[in-house]
Design a protein around this ligand. Structure first.
Ligand SMILES: Cc1cc2nc3c(=O)[nH]c(=O)nc-3n(C[C@H](O)[C@H](O)[C@H](O)COP(=O)(O)OP(=O)(O)OC[C@H]3O[C@@H](n4cnc5c(N)ncnc54)[C@H](O)[C@@H]3O)c2cc1C
Length: 172
């Protein structure tokens, strides 16, 4: 766990109320794993006074970047939407125990809302490790396409939706 200042690399709107924040991450700060989170202070003012927690949605040691997906809820997240490339943000991270996916069984990853980030991170890591992942999400169907999700995840995801669609046609 470290208290550091990171630099915003991108802050993309991915749906009416969700954003993806990509920021610099030095390897010397530790290696975030799925389930880890950070505490973020959106500015140096007294309001908002407290840091806000957000889960990591990705991390790359090669590019020294990390990301999170956030929903605009209140004071801090509204201010966060105003962050631009090159802006600084103070964070404490990585926090939490995280989780790992062991074994060779196929994985069904189910996520939505503010829970999308850490599960997307886990699904991507499992795919990189050669595991078969089915990503189940409803609200974020279109958004998922906008991430650099490994093709195996997307492919299985599309296949699964096609199967659900076909099944629903048969039931009618
Ligand atoms: C471990 C952990 C990980 C998390 N990971 C993520 C993540 O990956 N992505 C994500 O989007 N979120 C995540 N969250 C939730 C996130 O921390 C909160 O959404 C965020 O702190 C909101 O901060 P804010 O300043 O924008 O909202 P706040 O201003 O703190 O408001 C939060 C909510 O309370 C309501 N509220 C505020 N004041 C009042 C009041 N006086 N009366 C009634 N209601 C009020 C607001 O309308 C809003 O809905 C996580 C939380 C935890 C604990």
């Amino acid at each position: 766990m470290k208290t550091v200042t990171t630099t915003v690399l991108a802050n993309r709107k991915i749906s009416p109320d969700f954003y993806e924040l990509v920021f610099s991450w030095k390897s010397s700060w530790g290696e975030p794993v799925p389930g880890n989170f950070l505490e973020l202070k959106v500015n140096n003012n007294t309001a908002p006074m407290l840091r806000r927690p957000f889960a990591f949605s990705g991390f790359s040691a090669e590019t020294e970047t990390a990301s999170l997906i956030y929903q605009v809820r209140g004071t801090s997240t509204n201010l966060l939407t105003e962050k631009r490339e090159g802006d600084s943000i103070g964070i404490i991270a990585p926090l939490g125990n995280g989780f790992s996916i062991d074994g060779d069984s196929p994985i069904i990853a189910v996520a939505g809302g503010v829970g999308l980030g850490p599960i997307l991170f886990a699904a991507n890591e499992a795919t990189k490790a050669g595991k078969k992942v089915t990503f189940v999400t409803v609200r974020f169907g279109k958004i998922l396409m906008r991430f650099s999700v490994p093709i195996t995840v997307l492919k299985v995801f599309l296949e699964m939706w096609f199967n659900i669609f076909r099944h629903s046609q048969q039931v009618r």
